[in-house]
Design a protein around this ligand. Sequence first.
Ligand code: PXP
Length: 260
Amino acid sequence: MLLGVNIDHIATLREARKINDPNPLDAVSICKLAGADQITIHLREDRRHIHDIDAKAIIKQSALPVNLECSINEDIIDIVCSLKPYRVTLVPENRDEVTTEGGLDLENHFDKINKTIEKLKENDIEVSLFIDPSHKAIELSNMLETDFVELHTGTYANIYAMLYSNLRNTQHSIKELELSKEELKSMLDKSLEDIKASSNFASNLGIKVAAGHGLNYQNVKNICEIKDIIELNIGQSIIARSVFTGLKSAIKEMKSLINE
Ligand code: PXP
């Protein structure tokens, strides 16, 4: 199983202070040394984390292939074609969302997505579509002749968190998932079944299958057991964990510095 590490959240931390630290480019060689197979970044229309200058520097200097997520906005696609990342993953984008909330609406944006894919391919960029795990979405992806699909695992991850973590007792409880354990269990089984069936369908059609969104140290096991999925893109949980795995040495370093 290949791992793409999404480093947007390093830029999010930088944007909290609007300074030049931490620089997401600095994470690239650490990701490589740690065994990551790919760097994933999202150049959003609102530039809330990754900026054009980050995307340019990362694409120019990364030893790992760069998977750039973006919307089908024409200005963004022009920029992306000039940057020439290894792969582009087209995602839906909505200004008010905290993070990408679901897969692309392929049915209603078929022609525009088709044109975007053509343009990316003319620029020799591999194309992936971020889609919900459904039969229909795979059929449409196949018609669009995409190289890859990335199955949205956010629904699975949300159900998993409401069932097996303390999320429902916190201020971030997901209201529409405040259901009995029995109901959540059958929803979790169904969401896993959808992911399995969609990956199998896509893989049989010759489409490479990735998955991502909301995957973490608890919920990833079920997903990596699905044999048709060859790659996972994971961001928030890895960056969140690195805060704690690195906190002790960061404090020790500062303590020794101020006591020198
Ligand atoms: N894949 C896609 C297409 C995404 O939009 C994101 C979030 O930017 C991820 C993977 C990573 O999600 P997470 O940060 O929840 O691991």
